[in-house]
Design a protein around this ligand. Sequence first.
Ligand code: PNS
Length: 164
Amino acid sequence: MTTVLYPGSFDPIHLGHLDVVAQAVELFGTVVVATMHNPSKPSGAFTLDERLRMIDDAVAPLRAAGGEVRVASFAGLAIDAAREFEVDFIVKGLRTSGDFEVEQQMAHTNHAVSGVRTVYVPCRPDLSYISSRFIREIAHYGGDVAAMVPPNVVPFLQRTRPSA
Ligand code: PNS
């Protein structure tokens, strides 16, 4: 059985992320979803603990269907998380060529310094427009984000509104 690490900001987790988790379960077996800090995105909306709670609830249906999904928060490098959770490799979702540019550089860097390899999973085309950043922006101004996030995430986003 293969175990993979799916690291990300997940600020918050959305339906595109969940689809990558589902694909990774199907393709590899066990998936460790780890929420981490992205140093290039310092202004996160949610704490790692809040993100962890959102992820945990969001993956419940996958677990109920028999999927081996573990969740964690990790302060540090993705390669250290890969070592700690004893995974075989890292999985990343790709939406666009822009994602590819960034991910390819990270994948090569992570491999160069640790030997840990990264495998890409293509995001489902109908979900590939979704981004946590735009979800946060829309929710902040009271917009409806229900089409983009799992139901358990909606109340978390409502609490980020200025009037909430
Ligand atoms: O969802 P994101 O923001 O695209 O995820 C990026 C993330 C958190 C996976 C990336 O920033 C990361 O790996 N952060 C941990 C720090 C690290 O390992 N840096 C070295 C990158 S080569």
